[in-house]
Design a protein around this ligand. Structure first.
Ligand SMILES: NC(=O)C1=CN([C@@H]2O[C@H](COP(=O)(O)OP(=O)(O)OC[C@H]3O[C@@H](n4cnc5c(N)ncnc54)[C@H](O)[C@@H]3O)[C@@H](O)[C@H]2O)C=CC1
Ligand SMILES: CC(C)CC(=O)C(=O)O
Ligand SMILES: [Mg+2]
Length: 373
């Protein structure tokens, strides 16, 4: 891969979003300096900050900038002034959902790895999580988050619908990912109760013969929530619908060590988007204490998406150096020995500048983090 020039739309958003994005940009710039790539960053408003400035959580200018970019980096959106006001007519989250729908980002890919050096500090049984390595394929533009919603005189409703097409396109991606990993796909649903879940099972069963090298397993979501903690090593690729994937992947972050560690990519019809799985963590806003690693690893997934595998591997290596040397924020350390958001980002960027390159891609794949599809 030669030297690249890439334009990245940055939607830093609300709460800790700007702080964690700043560190991911620092790391991308370090990658650019080391390898000669040019990354330009087009900052745009989204979320509560966009409502404050324009009245719209996803201004047209922001959406346009995303379409014109080679990739989108998103921090997080959301603000307590909306969370605590159920009657608010315009909400930051509407901007995020509209963005995902407009960009056709139907597959949200969330890798979860139990980092060796964090396992001894885990509240989970250490021998159960050692070696856990899974990847969620969460459907992102359908289901209950997008169905018709409303109020009746004395109630409220949120409809959940899925089409065969919506299920099969992400199922194909998940099957292919399983072929490149350990050959196991677990469909998580609630097919004992929900008609949409029965359709998910039907479609996956129909596709299964086309992937004879992939073993398919089916789990009800309530059981899956327990199995994740009890025996996470059984999972390889987890395919699931929008809301179940949202909830289970936050749960799975306990296996990694913190919600501040889990990255994601969202792919679909147009430009791809990269964001941490966490939200805007408003309690930490402006305090320089949020963990930037989830966003930095999302930037690594972006590099991989650009075909820059060695560069992505180097960023992951640098993150592991930070974890190894305990250059970590307070979610992974006691407050006394914790480093700031900025210090962690600066350390990772400096490792990117100085880290050894040999064998990195191999290490990257062994970690199960490779998400090229
Ligand atoms: N993709 C997005 O932009 C998302 C936005 N949200 C929004 O974020 C706001 C806050 O929602 P919450 O439910 O509190 O979820 P959250 O993910 O912002 O935070 C939950 C908890 O996770 C931990 N955490 C999250 N990010 C962290 C980080 N980088 N470093 C260290 N610890 C971290 C903190 O203990 C925090 O209290 C809401 O307005 C919500 O709608 C929530 C999830 C996703
Ligand atoms: C804020 C929601 C719309 C999304 C969410 O929690 C997520 O994508 O993880
Ligand atoms: Mg979520």
């Amino acid at each position: 891969m030669g030297v690249l020039t890439k334009k990245i739309a940055v939607l830093a958003g609300d709460g800790i979003g700007p702080e964690v994005c700043q560190e991911a940009i620092k790391v991308l710039n370090a990658v650019g300096d080391r390898f000669g790539h040019t990354f330009t960053f087009d900052h745009q408003l989204m979320g509560a900050c966009a409502i404050d400035a324009t009245g719209d959580p996803l201004p047209e200018e922001t959406l346009q900038a995303c379409f014109e970019a080679d990739a989108v980096l998103l921090g997080a959106i959301g603000d307590p002034k909306y969370d605590n006001n159920p009657a608010a007519k315009v909400r930051p989250e509407q901007g995020l959902l509209r963005l995902r729908k407009s960009l056709g980002l139907y597959a949200n890919i969330r890798p979860v790895t139990a980092y060796e050096m964090l396992i001894p500090h885990s509240p989970l049984k250490n021998d159960r999580i050692a070696g856990a390595d899974m990847i969620f394929f969460r459907e992102l533009t359908g289901g209950i988050y997008f169905g018709e919603k409303g109020r009746t005189e004395d109630g409220a409703y949120d409809n959940c619908t899925y089409s065969r097409h919506e299920i099969s396109r992400i199922a194909h991606l998940a099957f292919k990912a399983a072929q490149n990993r350990r050959g196991k796909l677990t469909l998580v649903d609630k097919a004992n109760v929900l008609e949409t879940s029965r359709l998910w099972r039907e479609v996956v069963q129909e596709l299964s013969p086309s992937y004879p090298d992939v073993k398919v397993d089916y789990l009800f979501v309530d059981n899956a929530a327990m199995q994740l903690i009890l025996n996470p090593k059984q999972f390889d690729v987890i395919l699931t619908e929008n809301m179940f994937g949202d909830i289970l992947s936050d749960e799975a972050s306990v296996i990694a060590g913190s919600l501040g560690l889990l990255p994601s990519s969202s792919v679909g019809d147009a430009v791809a988007l990269f964001e941490p799985i966490h939200g805007s963590y408003p309690q930490a806003k402006g305090k320089n204490i949020a963990n930037p690693i989830a966003t930095i690893l999302s930037a690594a997934m972006m590099l991989e998406h650009f075909g820059l595998l060695q560069e992505a591997g180097l960023v992951r290596y640098a993150v592991e150096e930070a974890l190894d040397k305990k250059i970590v924020t307070q979610d992974l350390a006691s407050p006394v020995v914790a480093y700031s958001t900025e210090q962690v980002g600066t350390f990772v960027a400096s490792c990117v500048m100085g880290g050894v390159l040999e064998g990195l891609h191999k290490e990257n794949v062994q970690l199960g983090m490779s998400t090229v599809i």
